[in-house]
Design a protein around this ligand. Sequence first.
Ligand SMILES: C[S@@+](CC[C@H](N)C(=O)[O-])C[C@H]1O[C@@H](n2cnc3c(N)ncnc32)[C@H](O)[C@@H]1O
Length: 198
Amino acid sequence: MTNLDKQIKEYGKNHNVPITKDDTLDFLCQTINKENAKQILEIGTAIAFGSITMAENTSCEHIDTLEKDEQRFKIANENIKNHALQSKISTYLTDAMDYIKNCTKTYDLIYLDGPKGQYVNYLPYLTKILKVGGVIVADNLYFHGMVTGEIPVTKGCRSMIKGLHKYIEQITTNPIFETQILNIGDGVGVTKLKTACK
Ligand SMILES: C[S@@+](CC[C@H](N)C(=O)[O-])C[C@H]1O[C@@H](n2cnc3c(N)ncnc32)[C@H](O)[C@@H]1O
């Protein structure tokens, strides 16, 4: 890890900014390379640790990444500039739903790492902007054990956990998808779009 990367992680720790776990990011990068994914969409930029890692460690061509928090967006842009990755990573200050509803581009891989309770609501739009054969990698499907039932669901997390259960049901039962849920990090879903969504 470079000094710049260490600085981003340190900033995240000190300012309470969530950053994807190392094992999840390793897996994500391996998946991008294995699938030969060139056009990537990330939902949830935070301060761009994930997008910088993908840009530097995979053969992808371009990453679009979405963040709704203005302060994080600003820091993300500085970090991307410091890594000289402005031509490979495009950042958008937006609510993810607004972007995916109006998006005219298509992607080979979508990394879902934004608001967990919204994954299921994003799905109908994601299937329109994901190429057939493309993959959705979704982080935090276990949500610290609250989804798997290992720890009780706290009051404030109820609707998010409900949303995650619905997302898992969709990706595992809808025949347009082929899904694996892996014991990596906080639970990672890998969903391939087998056929176009009508
Ligand atoms: C877990 S962090 C992303 C970490 C990042 N992927 C990384 O690897 O460094 C989730 C981010 O999603 C952002 N977010 C939450 N709701 C959002 C929304 N509706 N639209 C866009 N971004 C959102 C949060 O502000 C937060 O920065």
